[in-house]
Design a protein around this ligand. Structure first.
Ligand code: ZN
Length: 234
């Protein structure tokens, strides 16, 4: 119910406003969908770029982009879930990427050479692409950083449907409850899910096809080592 109305029409409007994030096919904040898709693919590719593996068990990848630059925008940094390689349980893809971006932005030998305070301020110009909806820890980190935009692929609901254990607080709820922050973050969800969902669909389903470049070995998908050129295989 909204505004005390009891009409079915109002209920429908309220329900739909809860369901719909920004339509991911629209040109939003001046950025066309083809550009959004380009960077969501980069978030997927971060798995290989960071881990050297197109099908890690936890295939959570992130790309952080400056859309104030011309054309497609400028990639600032990437990150991939690195729990297994660092022993740090907070190294989700988004946290790894934010850590990497801080290092890139403040590197005295790097292209930006920002002071720490300048780096903190820079996040309000940046867009974070992650191939799956952020957990509450990462969504909160995104709000603390003050990103201009936060764009995800596969939803938490889809992760749960595919067998993933998740903390069931949506990013929409984190955004909603962060109204006291000095920054605002635009949220867009379920972008390019036809390419992100398959990365999260094989881990708990032995019949699901492995991601490109991988094959089933002893019940799990592993990076293909044979010369077989078949792109997809169970
Ligand atoms: Zn997370």
């Amino acid at each position: 119910m909204i505004y005390g109305s009891t009409s079915a029409a109002a209920d429908r409007i309220y329900a739909s406003s809860q369901d719909i994030l920004s339509n991911p096919t629209r040109r939003i904040n001046g950025v066309p969908f083809s550009t959004r898709a380009h960077w969501m693919r980069k978030a997927n590719e971060a798995l290989f770029d960071v881990l050297g593996n197109p099908c890690p068990f936890a295939p959570f990848g992130t790309a952080i982009v400056n859309h104030t630059a011309d054309g497609l925008g400028e990639l600032i940094c990437i990150g991939a879930n690195s729990n297994a390689v660092t022993g740090n349980p907070t190294m989700h893809g988004e946290m790894a990427a934010i850590t990497n971006c801080s290092a890139v932005l403040t590197d005295p030998e790097g292209p930006y050479k920002l002071s720490p305070s300048e780096a903190l301020a820079a996040f309000s110009q940046l867009t974070l692409y992650t191939n799956a909806e952020s957990c509450p820890m990462c969504a909160s980190a995104i709000r603390w950083a003050g990103f201009k935009e936060y764009i995800y692929g596969t939803s938490i609901d889809t992760l749960v449907e595919n067998g993933w254990g998740q903390i069931r607080i949506s990013s929409m709820e984190i955004i909603r409850q962060s109204f006291d922050m000095a920054t605002t973050t635009r949220l867009m969800g379920e972008v390019l899910v036809n390419e992100t969902d398959p990365l999260f669909s094989w881990q708990y389903n032995p019949d699901y096809i492995c991601p490109r470049g991988c094959e089933r070995t002893k019940g799990t998908c592993r990076k293909r080592t044979s010369n077989n050129s078949t792109m997809l295989e169970k």
